[in-house]
Design a protein around this ligand. Sequence first.
Ligand SMILES: CCCCCCCCCC(=O)SCCNC(=O)CCNC(=O)[C@H](O)C(C)(C)COP(=O)(O)OP(=O)(O)OC[C@H]1O[C@@H](n2cnc3c(N)ncnc32)[C@H](O)[C@@H]1OP(=O)(O)O
Length: 228
Amino acid sequence: MSTEERDRQQRGVYAEEDIPAGELARMAEVARELADDVRALVQATVLTDVADDRIARARELIGQATEILGEEHHERSFGTRFNSDGTHRSWGNALTGIRNPIAPPLRFECFPDKVTVDVDLGGAYEGPAGLVHGGIIAAVFDQALGHATESAKVPGMTGTLSIRYRQGTRLGKIHVEAWVDRVEGVKAFAKGELSTDDGLCAEAEGVFIMPKWARGEIQEKVLGRVGD
Ligand SMILES: CCCCCCCCCC(=O)SCCNC(=O)CCNC(=O)[C@H](O)C(C)(C)COP(=O)(O)OP(=O)(O)OC[C@H]1O[C@@H](n2cnc3c(N)ncnc32)[C@H](O)[C@@H]1OP(=O)(O)O
């Protein structure tokens, strides 16, 4: 596939919608509840110690649920949807998406100089025994630093992300802060820290770049709207 065709396809996953606020709130509630249920299922799957016949029964029920959910579905991805009320939603996002049970999910608080997030990473996010997987920590930083750039109105995609793991992050509650350090043209340099009750566990630095295909129209849309 040519670069032009790929860029065209990429622009196509940004959809325009006109959904009334009340209806959006209802859809969000339904999505959140379903993802919470499946997230609980993932945790139960990792930690279960029941006998094989109980697992077989659970699989039957999960199969039925999968069939029902697949009756109607989006084709490849949920994408980012811009609504006429000035919001946008990326509900499939792997870290923040309210439709996505893989997402912890991260809920950021935005301040003028930084974004912060507190989240509980349980057994589904394990790497070394009892500790959070390093790739999950990288993913959390990726999103947090990306969110900081968006919050500072210099959004972009991750070009380079570097992480210094200072000590193991025990499964449980983590606190992350991220901020934009400086901006050079289309590049925003962001930094972040992850801490727990044990103190500072990891630090990150990244370069976030507004890609060529998104400069202009999509950039304006992302900048002009609040979203989740
Ligand atoms: C639309 C906003 C979306 C916000 C979403 C937030 C998502 C959260 C984080 C993610 O998960 S993003 C997913 C993981 N990242 C990617 O998939 C990015 C894949 N790579 C690309 O799409 C492009 O290579 C990239 C956007 C990083 C840069 O390509 P461009 O063609 O747009 O950049 P260009 O060649 O014009 O270079 C612009 C500047 O950036 C520099 N640059 C390019 N790639 C770089 C890189 N990888 N690291 C550091 N710097 C880089 C480049 O040298 C140049 O510097 P100067 O302006 O000083 O000359």
